[in-house]
Design a protein around this ligand. Sequence first.
Ligand SMILES: *[C@@H]1O[C@H](CO)[C@@H](O)[C@H](O)[C@H]1NC(C)=O
Ligand SMILES: *[C@@H]1O[C@H](CO)[C@@H](O)[C@H](O)[C@H]1NC(C)=O
Ligand SMILES: *[C@@H]1O[C@H](CO)[C@@H](O)[C@H](O)[C@H]1NC(C)=O
Ligand SMILES: *[C@@H]1O[C@H](CO)[C@@H](O)[C@H](O)[C@H]1NC(C)=O
Ligand SMILES: *[C@@H]1O[C@H](CO)[C@@H](O)[C@H](O)[C@H]1NC(C)=O
Ligand SMILES: *[C@@H]1O[C@H](CO)[C@@H](O)[C@H](O)[C@H]1NC(C)=O
Ligand SMILES: *[C@@H]1O[C@H](CO)[C@@H](O)[C@H](O)[C@H]1NC(C)=O
Ligand SMILES: *[C@@H]1O[C@H](CO)[C@@H](O)[C@H](O)[C@H]1NC(C)=O
Ligand SMILES: *[C@@H]1O[C@H](CO)[C@@H](O)[C@H](O)[C@H]1NC(C)=O
Ligand SMILES: *[C@@H]1O[C@H](CO)[C@@H](O)[C@H](O)[C@H]1NC(C)=O
Length: 442
Amino acid sequence: MGIYSFPRLVSAHFLMLFIAQVYSLNSDVSSALLALKAYISPESQNVLANNWTTATSVCNWIGVICGGQPQRVVALNLSSMGLDGTLPPIGTTPSALGSITSLKKIDLSYNKLSGSIASTIFNLSSLQIIDLSHNMLAGNLPADMANRLPELKELYLSRNQLYGQIPSSLFNCRQLKVLSLSSNSFTGNISINLGNLTMLKDLDLSTNNFEGRIPSSIGNCSSLKTMNFSENNLEGAIPSEIGLFLPNLLELQLQGNKLQGAIPSSIANASKLTLLDLADNSFNSPIPMTIGNLKNLQKLDLGHNQLRSESYSPESSFINSLTYNRNLRRIVLSGNPLDTMLPMSIGNLSTSLEYLELTNCKLKGSIPAEVGNLSSLISLKLGNNALTGVIPDTIGHLENLQSLQLQGNKLQGFIPYDLCLLGKMFELFLGGMSSLDLYQNA
Ligand SMILES: *[C@@H]1O[C@H](CO)[C@@H](O)[C@H](O)[C@H]1NC(C)=O
Ligand SMILES: *[C@@H]1O[C@H](CO)[C@@H](O)[C@H](O)[C@H]1NC(C)=O
Ligand SMILES: *[C@@H]1O[C@H](CO)[C@@H](O)[C@H](O)[C@H]1NC(C)=O
Ligand SMILES: *[C@@H]1O[C@H](CO)[C@@H](O)[C@H](O)[C@H]1NC(C)=O
Ligand SMILES: *[C@@H]1O[C@H](CO)[C@@H](O)[C@H](O)[C@H]1NC(C)=O
Ligand SMILES: *[C@@H]1O[C@H](CO)[C@@H](O)[C@H](O)[C@H]1NC(C)=O
Ligand SMILES: *[C@@H]1O[C@H](CO)[C@@H](O)[C@H](O)[C@H]1NC(C)=O
Ligand SMILES: *[C@@H]1O[C@H](CO)[C@@H](O)[C@H](O)[C@H]1NC(C)=O
Ligand SMILES: *[C@@H]1O[C@H](CO)[C@@H](O)[C@H](O)[C@H]1NC(C)=O
Ligand SMILES: *[C@@H]1O[C@H](CO)[C@@H](O)[C@H](O)[C@H]1NC(C)=O
């Protein structure tokens, strides 16, 4: 039987049976049975009842992983098993539990566990990985939760209903590599002690209610590869430390906050960046040209800020600075008062470019024919600007184009016949121009 074919509605109370059994592996059986007697639930009429029996060694139980010689339980993986009920108060049982020194991983993700996280689940000091994500857990995290987890490397609590502040004890877990708290209702400032977690690689605090500034101590987390603080209430400027001292950063997502001021030009020192998303904030500077030095960048989204172009001259504009990048697949600058012209060098943007979105950017001048060189384009959005001149018929060469938005400009002349031959097109917006401006080419 595969792990995923396991029937629904497994009672969480079986976890207690498990814990008791683990204990009995290495310790006296009577204590284990006492613990078991206290916690087993009468409603436990399900397959675990048949599988998790004292008749066989726990190492044969579904979801239990043993290792070593003699065999000891090293992991409990009941991910996606339909567990419901409250998380059992592991560790309120006899001091027994503190003695399970072999257990390194607990994975209870993708279940329907509710209630709060009893502090004692965190009393298993050998734990390295705890995954409780995608449940219905609520409440505060216990203040002392991490005090006894010196070896914790990965903590996943995303997609629950947890709230309150990140307990400061978490910043004692110096070996932490992954911290994922996204999609909860956590509040408060991000502690300056975050900088103590120098081994962090993946940090996801997105979709919470964190507020205040991003602490500059983040610069000490020099192993960081992904940082996702999107959809919070963060304010203030981006600390320049993010660029200067995070050389391994691959993904930086700060979209959907209240960040402001300038995008630091030092962002380009994070030279491995592949994803930079700063959309939906209040940044109000010229866009630093140094972003063009990020040669590995694939996705750039700066939409919906108050960003300007550093130069009015199209040939020294920000878009021109991006033409040295061969990896860009997405450029979104929509909703910024760039107040510039599109450079002819637009045709020198990466041939892998799929999305070029500059809606509502105060663009002036004409659309360069060279745009037709961007052979991978799927979406070209230039609507609600002040573009003049004709629609270049080279756009008809863009065979992958699915969405073309040119509405709300001052374009004139014929609608190029080739546009009608683009087989993948499903969205063509040409409205909002003076009715006399555009003609159907007969
Ligand atoms: C419990 O499930 C495991 C994994 O599917 C299986 O190998 C084992 O034989 C089962 N034990 C019992 C007693 O059914
Ligand atoms: C638990 O099992 C699932 C499914 O097999 C797997 O994807 C996941 O990585 C496992 N969790 C841990 C912590 O090993
Ligand atoms: C946690 O473990 C320690 C030592 O292993 C033990 O003394 C303490 O009582 C446990 N705490 C709880 C709340 O179970
Ligand atoms: C973080 O490190 C600083 C400096 O070592 C220390 O003073 C502080 O107590 C640490 N914070 C935590 C929560 O461990
Ligand atoms: C970052 O967080 C946002 C909001 O929770 C989410 O949509 C996005 O997928 C996350 N990014 C990555 C790379 O996981
Ligand atoms: C949170 O941050 C804000 C702004 O950075 C600051 O004014 C406030 O004092 C901080 N609050 C706490 C509790 O540290
Ligand atoms: C890193 O931590 C050290 C010692 O705690 C501190 O002096 C330094 O300012 C921190 N660096 C950054 C970039 O935060
Ligand atoms: C950041 O990049 C600039 C320009 O490439 C370089 O001069 C500077 O030394 C870099 N700073 C750090 C701390 O790497
Ligand atoms: C496009 O790139 C080619 C090769 O690097 C260069 O010769 C040409 O001048 C560029 N075109 C524009 C308009 O910048
Ligand atoms: C780019 O587009 C222009 C104008 O359509 C054309 O003359 C030129 O040959 C194209 N360059 C490349 C490299 O395709």
